[in-house]
Write a protein that binds this ligand. Sequence first.
Ligand SMILES: NC(=O)c1ccc[n+]([C@@H]2O[C@H](COP(=O)([O-])OP(=O)(O)OC[C@H]3O[C@@H](n4cnc5c(N)ncnc54)[C@H](O)[C@@H]3O)[C@@H](O)[C@H]2O)c1
Length: 315
Amino acid sequence: MPSVAIIGSGFIGRAWAISFARAGHDVVLWDNDQAAPDRAIEFIADVLPDLATNDLLAGATPAALLSRLRIERDLGAALKGVEHVQENAPERVDIKKALFAELDRLAPTDAIIASSTSAILPSRFTESLSGRHRCLIIHPINPPYLIPAAEIVPAPWTSPEVVRRAREFLMAAGQAPIVMKRELDGFVMNRMQGALLEEAFRLVADGYATVEDIDVGIRDGLALRWSFMGPFETIDLNAPGGVRDYAERYHGIYKILFGQMQRRVDWEGPVLDEIERARRVELPASQLAERQLWRDRRLMALAAHKRRAAREIGD
Ligand SMILES: NC(=O)c1ccc[n+]([C@@H]2O[C@H](COP(=O)([O-])OP(=O)(O)OC[C@H]3O[C@@H](n4cnc5c(N)ncnc54)[C@H](O)[C@@H]3O)[C@@H](O)[C@H]2O)c1
């Protein structure tokens, strides 16, 4: 299997390493903090048994998967012969710019160079590179070994062939690529999440619902379907005649809302005190880390369930 270089081995780098090694790739980890790749492998070794228990290692054993990981201290050595480079350095345009110049200089000319950036548009750090046609964004949701969707975002000069190869690479690794036709702030998923959060903040700020009740509305309401269908498939199935029937029946209801949704809410204003107070009643700050582990276990159980249900009931 062709090899993959993980550049920046923090939260996202270590998580991608699991996805790519699980797909059978040899994965080399590099970071400008020499200790980071060792910490990443320690984390990965801790997480693999849980993934194996949930049958989420594509049949590999933790030991086999670990044997596909290698650490390199020298950037040139890390990039030697790789087919795919995944950059996961801090979210700063100056860092991405400097790093991409090095990656483009050192990586094999036919390797794809992808950034995990959450929000920096690819045109901001790849424009001046001679290999800019092979640079793009592959933005995951953390952790990508449990959450398959990942956004492919091309710069205006990214070649369509590179986009196609990136998509195939992700599909083969069991991810679910979203291919954007061109770059846009927030990509797809943060725009969707932003729209929902803005309304959640507004409902609390204007005193219509509590923080917990809004969470109930998603957790015990909309998200049950959303965990296996998107909003378009949801509405297609929510009117006897499908999506057109839904729009004709219900657009009137929504039209009234959109005028009310124009006013911006200041997320950091007084509403934040109220939201934080409510959250700290539900979960004291001292228990945040423990609850994050709980979330990861629930995600694992959900990923295992989704795989089983897709197999037994269908996609
Ligand atoms: N954490 C998330 O939930 C998440 C989700 C999607 C995308 N991302 C994106 O992934 C990228 C990495 O985020 P993270 O959460 O893993 O951060 P992190 O702080 O956990 O890891 C960043 C790593 O980069 C290393 N680093 C610093 N300077 C570097 C350099 N010049 N070259 C190489 N490595 C360098 C650090 O030592 C560290 O190990 C960011 O662009 C972030 O926006 C993060």
